[in-house]
Design a protein around this ligand. Structure first.
Ligand SMILES: NC(=O)c1ccc[n+]([C@@H]2O[C@H](COP(=O)([O-])OP(=O)(O)OC[C@H]3O[C@@H](n4cnc5c(N)ncnc54)[C@H](O)[C@@H]3O)[C@@H](O)[C@H]2O)c1
Length: 264
């Protein structure tokens, strides 16, 4: 029998690459994003169907627990029992610490931390209810951190703190979910050429008096051992491993995939 996965924030970027990779690995996939990205979700779902797997679109704002629960319910109803949930959705913002407003901080944590918490908690409840998680076939919860969960980037401070929180939450969930045969891991990408890094690059360049493209070039040339910008597929390969039976004895880890920027 096939397995099913939900990937949040998968209309584009890293989430899209993860959804396509999981489909290649035999998963049927629920594609999630916010209503504004419905079209992108439908396109990714079509790509997956062309691979011969099932795909549905489940629009939900991950900051709202009730919407995350409805997303899971829809996926289970239309694709079958849940095996893997990838809490990938996230936002970034470039701003100096002393310029941050309460709203900036709350919004960052609402999406990047509460969003992951909503997915981990509702996902775990669903997996436990199904009674199908076994030591040799654990349920899998996977969250999105970042290299800034190990060393913050200046001007990305609240983003960095939110990703540190994902790392902590992932460790805590791993401990409490072990008795239910659920593993909980996170992935920590470096500098991935997506819409998100486009904005980060532009904003950092403005603040540092550089041209657009200069900051990313610096980070790649000076800081990345393997000397190139990451592509979403680099990250999807790691998530494919975390979602596969090859990682059944791995839990509580936040695995870096950055071409050698941060060494843990
Ligand atoms: N791009 C990078 O260099 C990089 C590095 C490290 C970590 N990450 C993380 O990877 C993940 C994916 O980022 P990306 O680079 O593909 O960015 P992206 O902006 O291209 O994709 C993120 C997706 O999440 C969706 N999203 C945002 N808020 C949401 C919400 N409340 N509910 C549902 N969906 C929501 C967005 O609409 C978007 O489609 C994020 O968690 C990000 O923090 C990215």
């Amino acid at each position: 029998m096939g397995k099913t996965a939900i990937v949040t924030g998968s209309s584009r970027g890293i989430g899209r690459a993860i959804a396509l990779r999981l489909a290649d690995d035999g998963y049927d996939v629920a594609i999630n994003d916010v209503p504004a990205n419905q079209k992108g979700c439908e396109e990714v779902a079509e790509e997956i169907k062309k691979k011969g797997r099932k795909a549905i679109v489940a629009i939900a704002d991950v900051t709202k627990l009730s919407e995350v629960e409805a997303m899971i319910e829809k996926s289970v109803k239309e694709l079958g029992e849940l095996n893997t949930l990838v809490a990938n959705a996230g936002i970034a913002q470039v701003k100096a610490l002393l310029d941050l407003t309460e709203e900036d901080f709350q919004r960052m944590f609402a999406v990047n931390v509460f969003g992951v918490q909503n997915c981990y908690s509702a996902g775990a409840r669903q997996l436990i209810k199904q009674k199908n998680c076994k030591p040799d076939a654990p349920g899998k919860l996977i969250g999105c951190a970042s290299i800034v969960a190990f060393k913050p980037f200046p001007l990305l401070s609240h983003y960095s703190a939110s990703k540190w929180a994902v790392r902590g939450l992932t460790q805590a969930y791993a401990m409490e979910m072990a008795e239910h045969n659920i593993t909980v891991n996170a992935y920590a990408p470096g500098i991935v050429g997506t819409a998100m890094w486009d904005v980060i690059d532009e904003e950092l360049a403005k603040k540092q008096g550089k041209n657009k493209g200069d900051v990313i070039k610096h980070y790649v040339k000076e800081l990345t051992a393997l000397g190139r910008t990451s592509v979403p597929e680099d990250v999807a390969k790691l998530v494919g491993f975390l979602a596969s039976s090859d990682s059944n004895f791995v839990t509580g880890q936040t695995q870096v995939v950055d071409g050698g920027i941060i060494f843990t």
